[in-house]
Design a protein around this ligand. Structure first.
Ligand code: NAD
Length: 420
């Protein structure tokens, strides 16, 4: 049952953080959801019954999610005249686990991105985006099955911090005067100015999370992706702080590329993780030409944004790309794509991005069997040739279905998988 007020549903129980065990998830957890703008309501309406069905089926009715609607975006503005009420931030902090649709941000004006605000206010410092090929999905590359990477993108700093001044404004003129008078740097007086802050603290917690993920999931390589040859004190420092963190906190687990060749003949020994780095532009070529050489990628905000969309294209496009924004307390799961306004309300786009984000969420809660069932059913539905328009146009002979039609087909597949 949806509860549209700010009251949490009374039939659910809170997820808690246990200092020893991590998340303590009851059988009927209250989980927050934000429908989102544009196609958000379409993919949410399609995905929710899939989540409910998977959880109910694998637990034989013992588990049920109590969904709690959290206002944000255009729908919230219509109801409350606020795009992101303070009570919504409090609600996310209370629920701890939330799934959201995309939120629209106007380009070049209006308000600051709600997504950026959410990430900053809740300190969701790691954007985690797994990029994995599901068999049967059409792809523009010859061997898409070689792509199996997890991106850890720093979420709070870099040019995305929102510190910028408009061309011609008094503030921009002050910054330009400061640069000239105090720093001896000349820039065009009509420049817009943006600041790119990157700190050791934010870098290290992101790299720490990526290495821990590698350790816990049996991955052998973590690659830092940066443009440190040009931006030495930001992107270059990202790389240096990453290596420093590995030396300080993972001295027994992590080896460098140099050590790999001088001591191990280029073969990563059992129980060790290779931490290396690549320049961002070269990395765009690497993921196309040698995808099997990369497993976990840690990178600053802008690089992560670009590379995750590019990688998503290799495994079927944005409609197939899940993600999560995670801090030490809360986790907000969301598709990588935006609100795709031209498809809003048409019941047309691919809900797999949301379905796979939900599977990530269930795994985060420790409900791996429900997550596995969703991933298998999405994969097997696509393999059967039942797909939304984005994949259908690349799959001769496919049966094109609507957004909700695809979700219904996934539920049928889940039942079939469990029957056999
Ligand atoms: P977009 O990701 O919304 O859409 C780009 C194109 O990708 C669409 O036109 C469509 O062809 C395709 N696409 C996206 N989702 C799809 C799906 N589920 N199935 C099939 N095809 C899909 O990018 P945009 O048009 O640049 O951004 C629209 C708005 O979304 C902007 O306001 C932007 O700021 C916002 N945005 C929000 C988020 C977020 O909430 N996390 C992320 C990115 C962009």
């Amino acid at each position: 049952m949806t509860n549209h007020s700010s009251e949490a549903p009374s039939h659910g129980q809170w997820i808690r953080i246990d200092s020893d065990l991590g998340l303590d998830v009851p059988d009927n957890p209250i989980i927050g959801f934000i429908e989102g703008d544009g196609v958000g309501p379409d993919i949410w309406a399609a995905a929710r019954p899939v989540f409910d069905s998977a959880v109910k089926t694998v637990s034989r009715g013992a588990r049920e999610i109590a969904w709690w609607e959290i206002p944000a975006g255009e729908k919230s503005f219509r109801d409350t005249e606020e795009y992101l009420p303070a009570s919504s931030l409090q609600a996310i902090n209370k629920a701890l686990v939330v799934i959201k649709g995309p939120l629209t941000t106007p380009v070049g004006g209006g308000f600051r991105s709600l997504n950026v605000t959410l990430r900053k206010e809740l300190d969701l410092y790691a954007c985690i985006r797994p990029i994995r090929y599901l068999p049967g999905t059409p792809s523009p590359v010859v061997r898409p099955e070689l792509v199996d990477m997890v991106i850890f993108r720093e979420n709070t700093e870099d040019v995305y911090a929102g510190i910028e001044w408009k061309s011609g404004s008094d503030d921009a003129a002050r910054v330009i005067r400061f640069l000239r008078d105090e720093m001896g740097v000349t820039v065009d007086p009509f420049s817009g100015i943006g600041i790119k802050p990157m700190s050791p603290g934010a870098t290290k917690r992101l790299v720490r999370r990526s290495i821990r993920f590698a350790v816990e999931n049996g991955k052998k390589k973590v690659t830092m992706v940066h443009k440190g040859n040009i931006m030495k004190f930001t992107e270059g420092a990202f790389r240096d702080w990453g290596y420093e963190l590995a030396r300080e906190e993972f001295p027994d687990a992590v080896i460098s590329e140099e050590h790999l060749w001088t001591h191990h003949g280029g073969v990563i020994p059992d129980g060790k993780i290779l931490l290396n780095d690549r320049i961002a532009d070269a990395m765009f070529q690497q993921v196309l030409l040698r995808p099997s050489e990369y497993e976990v990628l840690a990178m600053p905000n802008l690089n992560g944004d670009y590379l995750s969309d590019a990688l998503a294209a290799q495994v079927g496009g944005l409609g197939m790309a899940p993600g999560a924004n995670v801090g030490d307390r809360c986790a907000v799961f969301e598709a990588t794509h935006g609100s795709a306004p031209k498809y809003a309300g048409l019941d047309k786009v691919n809900p797999s991005s949301m379905l796979l984000s939900g599977a990530m969420m269930l795994r985060h809660m420790g409900w791996n069997d429900a997550a596995d069932l969703i991933v298998s059913a999405v994969s097997s539905t696509i393999q059967s040739g039942t797909v939304t328009y984005d994949l259908a146009r690349l799959m001769p002979g496919a049966r094109e279905v609507s957004c909700s039609g695809f979700a219904r087909a996934v539920i049928e597949r889940m039942n079939l998988i469990l029957t056999y």
